[in-house]
Design a protein around this ligand. Structure first.
Ligand code: VGL
Ligand code: ZN
Length: 204
């Protein structure tokens, strides 16, 4: 059984958002179309408290897009984004959300960022998504959304490690792209075993 996974299509990752992904809103049309052909649809929602330690503003003398050492390793520091309960954390208005059956929120623990839909950045704290998908007999995932080089990449790599067959809908993802990070992310995902397809070649 296949599921459609829609990663972080939230206002803050779309044009004019706090951490805007170039062309981020262009993923919406292909995602909305894909929804019609899937029985199992899951969305993720980046969902940070205002004092989250992935925000540069919560460190003294740190600029957004610099890095710091966290307990679990290197962490990029971001502009404040997807703060719980704000407009920026809401899904983009044009994204269909009614067909979604589960919304997984992530990044709500102050001390741990969470890019992947499965594991937080310490690589051990689980979100619960794997259990949900197992109970629904899902063994194949089509991954879409934002951002290719962060949350999408880590979601795809974890899904492959967990044994899912994973397809990336290449026209339904966009990246932040820091120093070639999108190209690097695509390479890493391919090496790990992802299949790249245009969304109009994907069926549920
Ligand atoms: C994301 C950076 C920080 C993402 C989330 O959705 O890719 N990137 N938080
Ligand atoms: Zn975030």
């Amino acid at each position: 059984m296949k599921a459609l996974l829609i990663v972080d299509v939230q206002n803050d990752f779309c044009p004019n958002g706090a951490l805007a992904v170039p062309g981020g809103d262009q993923v919406i049309k292909p995602i909305n179309n894909l929804m019609d052909s899937f029985d199992c649809i899951v969305q993720t929602q980046d969902w940070h408290p205002q004092d989250h330690l992935s925000f540069a503003s919560n460190h003294s003398d740190k600029e957004p897009f610099s890095t710091t050492e966290m307990e679990y390793g290197e962490q990029v520091l971001w502009p404040d984004h997807c703060v719980q309960g704000t407009k920026g954390a809401e899904f983009h208005n044009d994204l269909r959300t009614q067909p979604s059956q589960l919304i997984v929120r992530k990044g709500f623990r102050k001390h741990i960022d969470s890019y992947s839909a499965f594991f937080e950045n310490d690589q051990e704290t689980v979100t619960g998504l794997h259990g949900y998908l197992q109970e629904r007999n899902i063994d194949e995932l089509v991954v879409t959304g934002l951002a290719t080089d962060f949350c999408v990449k880590w979601t795809v790599l974890d899904a492959l490690k967990l044994g899912y067959k994973v397809t990336l809908a290449e026209d339904a993802v966009r990246g932040i792209d820091m120093d070639g990070s999108v190209e690097k992310a695509i390479k890493e995902m391919k090496e790990a075993g992802v299949t790249l397809r245009n969304s109009n070649e994907i069926s549920g």
